[in-house]
Design a protein around this ligand. Sequence first.
Ligand SMILES: Nc1ncnc2c1ncn2[C@@H]1O[C@H](COP(=O)(O)OP(=O)(O)OP(=O)(O)O)[C@@H](O)[C@H]1O
Ligand SMILES: [Mg+2]
Length: 145
Amino acid sequence: MSAGTTAAISMVGIGKRFPGVHALKNVSIEIKPGEVVGLIGENGAGKSTLLKVLNGIYQPDAGGVFVDGAPVRITSPRDAFDKGIAMVFQEQLILPNLTVAENIFLGRDRRIPSLRADLEIAHECGSRSRIAQGSSQRASRQALR
Ligand SMILES: Nc1ncnc2c1ncn2[C@@H]1O[C@H](COP(=O)(O)OP(=O)(O)OP(=O)(O)O)[C@@H](O)[C@H]1O
Ligand SMILES: [Mg+2]
């Protein structure tokens, strides 16, 4: 990746306070297209808080977020998703009556043909991906309509 490539995501000077805790102090990070970046820190260092800012769960008290070089205000996880940002949460909450595929695609617009196709393919992988009994392919296919 050349040094001049515009970052897909950059967060600049991010600050976030909670009552009694200054969780993020002037944090900056840049992720170029195609890069995989690891964020490492001790418990309570602020990793999740930074990603929640990026995912629109928290608004930063300071700093800015840029997507493809353009300043953005990310107002919600849905807004983040619309900007090409998705988060897999540390504390996994799953719906055990749904399949793995259904959990992954939860909340995404099933009218979008590419997502529909992905979900259909996932169904064809069969019951191996099922988290728990109780969900039928018929039920989820109905949900696709
Ligand atoms: N909603 C909140 N309200 C108050 N304090 C919070 C909140 N979320 C996080 N904190 C505090 O902010 C700091 C950073 O927490 P955060 O969860 O971002 O750390 P982390 O690096 O993800 O830690 P871990 O490795 O344990 O997941 C901690 O002191 C935490 O207690
Ligand atoms: Mg965390």
